[in-house]
Structure formats: C-alpha cells, structure tokens
Design a protein around this ligand. Structure first.
Ligand code: ADP
Ligand code: MG
Length: 285
C-alpha cells in the first residue's frame, strides 16, 4: 500500500536576510530527512528545541517548498504546490498555542469553520461538527464560548475542528506544550483513541518523552536529521544517546519498562508515577 507520508532526503534551508533583503546566511533546518508513514499509524517525532520538527510539519502541510529531496503526502507531491488544497484536506494540523486557533465565539461554530471553508454542504457540516465534538468529549460544551475553556479543552476543540474536515492524517505540533498535566493527558488520550477508532494517521510532535509511549514508531530528530528511530521501548532503552540529543526518559516510564522486562505485565502507556502505582496496585487485586 502507498504510504500516507513519504519523505525522501528532504532538505530545507531558510535564508537569513538583513534589512535590505540581502541573504546573510543560511540555516539548514532539515538535512536529509527520510520517513515513510503507513496510513493508520501513530508516529511520534521527538526532538529538542530547534531540531527541525516544526519545519518538517510545515512541509507535510505544503506550507514550505523543499530545498532538496521529495515529499509525497497521500500520493501528492508537496514541492510543486499544485495540490496544496488537497494536501491540506488530507493532513490537518493542530498547533502549540490553543488561544491562536480559536476563531469563533461559540464552540460549535469554531469546529464548523474548517468544513465550511472546504465547501462541505451546510447540513453535513452540523452533522460532522456534532460527531467531532462527541469524539473529543466536548459535545456538552458546544454552545459555550471557547474563551472560557481550559487549555486542554481548547486543544480538543481544535482537534474536533480538524476531525470535522475528515482528514486522513492529523499532526500535533507540540500541541500539549502549553497545557497542565491533566490537559496533556486528555489530549493524548483523545488523539490515541481517534487513531485507533477512526484509523486516522497521527504524527505527534513533542519534546515530552512520556507522550510517545503509545506510539507505533518513534523518530528522534536533532539538527535537522533523523538521528534515531524505532519502537518506543527500544528508543527509551537508549537513554545515553537520548541525553546527547537533550532528551530524557521520565523515571516512571523507565521503571515501568524495567518491570516489564522482568515479566511483570504492566500497560504500555504508563506516563507518570501515579499511573505506575495504580497499575502495580491492580496486579495485586
Ligand atoms: P523545532 O520545531 O524542532 O523547534 P524548527 O523547525 O522551528 O525546530 O527550527 C529549526 C531550525 O530552523 C532552527 O535553527 C530555527 O532557528 C530555524 N528556523 C525556523 N524557522 C525559521 C524561519 N522562518 N527563518 C529562519 N530560520 C528558521
Ligand atoms: Mg517547533
């Protein structure tokens, strides 16, 4: 089957310019990234600040033009910009700041904005909005003002707005970075469920390692390159390398991993000490 995302030796260079517009330097933000993602996979892209994650995400949404290399999204080539609209219908993006993504004064109108923009007929918009809000657990807030919601709730509304456009793939670019732990967990749980139940491909971009435990496959980026890739448990086991790339395995995740290696059956998605304790208590019950 054709991969939903197929990047080959993707390079992106930003030009730095002075006030007169003369190029004064070049930043190679992506330096030969190759990545193939199957439809329905939950992929995590980990990397410290400045490693090139957002630049990669923007390419997936045809917001940038590759300097070198090729990128196909849903079989469409991103570089020539002839399919930009179709690419953006295929891949929806959720950004970091929940406040910047809200457009309307009522939750359901906000969620309806995307489908309206891509020309979905009105009756169908409301159906999609209701379904999407139910999926992210925000249906009961449909008539509320988005401004009164918590950060995590706003991000779930943003996810609903993407879902209502029925994309094949959702990218979350550090979409949990500004949330409290409860909000982060709600967003990760929601997106994991959407991935499993709706078979939507998810690209989870983050610098929080504990968020990648549920991923099918993990890519680690540093200085514009993919420097590690593998299953979460294999990546977590390489903690010395991760530290080199300014990433650290959370202690609870590491302990859970070691316990699993000893044959103790713990769920794979333990993220923190509280969940580890709960899981261990359940073993005794
Ligand atoms: P990340 O999302 O992992 O923090 P980015 O993709 O935002 O990384 O940035 C990668 C590199 O590209 C950094 O060195 C950053 O300073 C540079 N960069 C990002 N956006 C621009 C831009 N618009 N112009 C010039 N340089 C940029
Ligand atoms: Mg970024």
């Amino acid at each position: 089957m054709q991969p939903i995302i197929d990047a080959k030796d993707l390079v992106h260079e930003y030009s730095r310019r002075d006030e007169e517009g003369n190029v004064t330097g070049i930043t190679r933000a992506l330096d030969g990234v190759s990545m193939q993602v199957k439809q329905g996979d939950l992929i995590a892209v980990l990397g410290a600040n400045g490693s090139g994650k957002s630049t990669f995400a923007k390419h997936l949404n045809a917001l940038l033009t590759p300097t070198e290399g090729t990128l196909y999204v849903g079989g469409m080539e991103c570089g020539d910009h002839t399919k930009d609209l179709d690419i953006r219908k295929t891949v929806g993006m959720v950004f970091q700041n929940p406040d910047n993504q809200i457009i309307a004064n009522v939750v359901e109108e906000d969620v309806g904005f995307g489908p309206e923009n891509i020309g979905v007929p009105t009756e169908e918009i409301w159906e999609r909005v209701a379904d999407a809000l139910k999926t992210v657990g925000m249906y009961e807030y449909r008539l509320n003002s988005p401004n009164k919601l918590s950060g995590g709730q706003k991000q779930r509304v943003a996810i609903a707005g993407i879902l209502a456009m029925k994309p094949k793939c959702i990218i979350l670019d550090e979409s949990t970075a500004m949330l409290d732990p409860g909000g982060r967990k709600a967003v990760i749980d929601t997106i994991t469920r959407i991935n499993k139940e709706e078979n939507i491909t998810v690209i989870l971009i983050t610098h929080y390692m504990e968020e990648v435990t549920g991923a099918d496959y993990v890519y680690v980026m540093d200085s514009g390159k993919v420097v590690m890739e593998g299953m979460p448990r294999d990546i977590f086991a390489r903690s010395d390398e991760l530290e080199e790339f300014r990433l650290a395995v959370p202690e609870a995740v590491r302990v859970a991993m070691l316990l699993r290696e000893k044959g103790i059956e713990l769920p794979k998605d333990i993220l923190d000490a509280g969940e580890l304790v709960d899981a261990v208590m359940k073993l005794q019950a």
